[in-house]
Design a protein around this ligand. Structure first.
Ligand SMILES: Nc1ncnc2c1ncn2[C@@H]1O[C@H](COP(=O)(O)OP(=O)(O)OP(=O)(O)O)[C@@H](O)[C@H]1O
Length: 267
């Protein structure tokens, strides 16, 4: 097996609209992979297909060398996911939910209990064990969804906007947890609009725009490609991922960047 995640011609349509258009991805085991794109580009739709939450219209997906369509359960056992809507069970408490998830993955009760306690402590949720999940704040729900996604020690973790709504202290803890997983050989595939965090964590980046992949590779290669172009434009110095992203998307749009437009009527 050479890839942790490999897609070929992955496509999803909604009626006539092509949300994901013949995407070929190749993520090596142990990579920290950032999947970027503007709003509505097709990131969540792709993650949903990669984790079995949405069927592709066409194309193939292999995860850890296994055909997802043919052997979905075998794949699902080895992956963890925090999807866009988190999909928690609101009428349970956090320990009840983690116990449910742990047992669903076939962990014995003692292991589930021990990991659940450790995770709640780690996520700073240990004092919230009596509250129903439906009464959790958005950030608390996000942290619980993350805890549930890793309780079975998955080999691949898929995260759709893991830092959204999470406070700075928790974001720091989370980054540490993800880096620890990478150090122990896991693969992480994440979407985020927080490009400073992606830049700090991810070794590889792909950019999707209107359903099509428009950039894909090691972050440093992407940087040097865009950097060479920007030198021709007269700009020198190291580009941040945010600058790289804006340049790549701007080139596709061929329009005036939003920052240069004005809402003159607005005060
Ligand atoms: N169930 C659906 N029915 C119709 N259109 C959909 C559906 N799900 C997604 N889309 C459309 O597919 C496109 C891609 O959506 P997606 O949620 O994948 O974008 P995204 O890159 O995750 O965006 P964001 O960064 O805003 O979360 C959008 O135009 C969206 O409206």
């Amino acid at each position: 097996m050479n890839s942790a995640i490999a897609t070929s011609g992955l496509t999803r349509t909604f009626g006539d609209f092509v949300a994901v258009d013949h995407v070929n991805l190749n993520v090596a085991p142990g990579q920290f992979f950032g999947f970027l794109g503007p709003n509505g580009a097709g990131k969540s739709t792709t993650i949903k297909m990669l984790t079995g939450l949405l069927a592709p219209t066409s194309g193939s997906i292999e995860v850890l060398g296994v055909n997802f369509t043919k052997y979905p359960l075998e794949v699902k056992r080895q992956i963890g996911v925090v999807p866009e809507g988190m999909a928690l069970l609101g009428r349970l408490t956090a320990p009840e939910y983690l116990r449910f998830v742990g047992e669903m993955y076939g962990l014995d009760r003692a292991t589930t209990l021990q990991r659940s306690e450790e995770l709640l402590e780690f996520m700073n949720l240990a004092s919230e064990t009596k509250k129903l999940i439906t009464d959790f704040s958005h950030g608390m729900q996000k942290k619980l969804a993350l805890a549930a996604a890793v309780i079975h020690a998955p080999r691949i973790l898929f995260l759709d906007e893991p830092f959204e709504g999470v406070d700075a202290v928790a974001a720091g803890t989370l980054k540490q947890m993800l880096q620890g997983m990478i150090a122990r050989g896991a693969t992480i595939f994440l979407t985020s609009h927080v490009l400073e965090i992606v830049e700090r964590l991810c070794s590889h980046v792909a950019i999707i725009h209107r359903g099509k992949l428009i950039a894909n590779g090691p972050l440093e290669e992407l940087r040097s490609g865009v950097y060479a172009q920007s030198e021709q434009d007269g700009q020198t110095g190291r580009l941040t991922l945010e600058e790289i992203f804006i340049r790549i998307i701007g080139k596709q749009e061929g329009a005036t960047p939003a920052t240069e437009q004005e809402l003159s009527w607005l005060g």
